[in-house]
Design a protein around this ligand. Sequence first.
Ligand SMILES: *[C@@H]1O[C@H](CO)[C@@H](O)[C@H](O)[C@H]1NC(C)=O
Ligand SMILES: *[C@@H]1O[C@H](CO)[C@@H](O)[C@H](O)[C@H]1NC(C)=O
Ligand SMILES: *[C@@H]1O[C@H](CO)[C@@H](O)[C@H](O)[C@H]1NC(C)=O
Ligand SMILES: [Zn+2]
Length: 307
Amino acid sequence: MDRCSGFAGLVPFGALWLLGFASIMVPRAQGWSKEGHIMTCRIAQALLEPEAGEAVENLLPHYVKGDLSALCVWPDQIRHWYRYRWTSSLHFIDTPDNACSFDYSRDCHDPHGLEDMCVAGAIQNFTSQLSHYREGTSDRRYNMTEALLFLSHFMGDIHQPMHVGFTTDEGGNTVNLRWFRHKSNLHHVWDREILLTALADYYNKDLDLLLQDIEGNFTDGIWSDDVSSWRHCDDLASCINKYAVESIDIACKWGYKGVDPGETLADDYFNSRMPILMKRIAQGGVRLAMILNRVLGDSEEGFATPT
Ligand SMILES: *[C@@H]1O[C@H](CO)[C@@H](O)[C@H](O)[C@H]1NC(C)=O
Ligand SMILES: *[C@@H]1O[C@H](CO)[C@@H](O)[C@H](O)[C@H]1NC(C)=O
Ligand SMILES: *[C@@H]1O[C@H](CO)[C@@H](O)[C@H](O)[C@H]1NC(C)=O
Ligand SMILES: [Zn+2]
């Protein structure tokens, strides 16, 4: 049973999915919009080596037909369920206001001070759980499907700059403003608005077209020289810390900078931030693939993870 391939739980899983959609009132940072998570996961899945690709397919419930991106938003949908309440602080990191830095031991905890309960700790946790899957030594307490979905989702979240934001404004959630003509907030601008505006203005609202453009830019375009450094990772814990540091750095330089509560953000903000956001989505996807290839593939050695 440690491979969980029997999958008796299809109905409850489907029900979670539906109920997730019904819960629109979410009090805290949601993470990338649905679209952001879908993009990250589709980029990643296309970069999987055969062994890792097969493992991912085996871990997914049959009804998604092998499509990881179909369940990459699942952790956002269940986070307020009683059973999954322990996951709600795993989507982000609160850093000290205006410090513009991330320090794992200072910042990675939940609001009650419980250590490791932040997005950086969660990525380590679920990577470590998954790393036992291919040896068939998974701990029965852990559900490998859930570990895959959590890891895939949180790799998206940690790359969303405002998910490593300031504590008092909840990563920009309480910075109310306007996005062009409608009400929004700074967190939401980075979660969703920039991406949706880009889709509408340049990609005919077609996620596939955007995906092709992003993939073209890292295979043979503006980012092709950078991809190997994005993917480079010797020690998982320090790589994850680096992703969080990159996010708070961007949050300070491009997210918060020059933004006053109540103001209207429009073309200038959109045009200058869109390329940054697209790069974060690409990085999240490339790095998720790197981790999955390392822990589920057969070619490279995995990470040295504490058990
Ligand atoms: C793993 O988790 C999924 C989603 O919560 C659930 O549907 C499935 O039944 C679980 N598998 C096992 C073996 O417990
Ligand atoms: C790691 O996952 C287990 C359940 O799979 C959970 O009980 C624990 O709180 C998680 N810790 C972190 C830091 O994500
Ligand atoms: C891809 O690169 C081109 C420049 O070559 C740029 O115009 C376009 O916005 C980029 N697309 C994305 C999604 O980053
Ligand atoms: Zn999230």
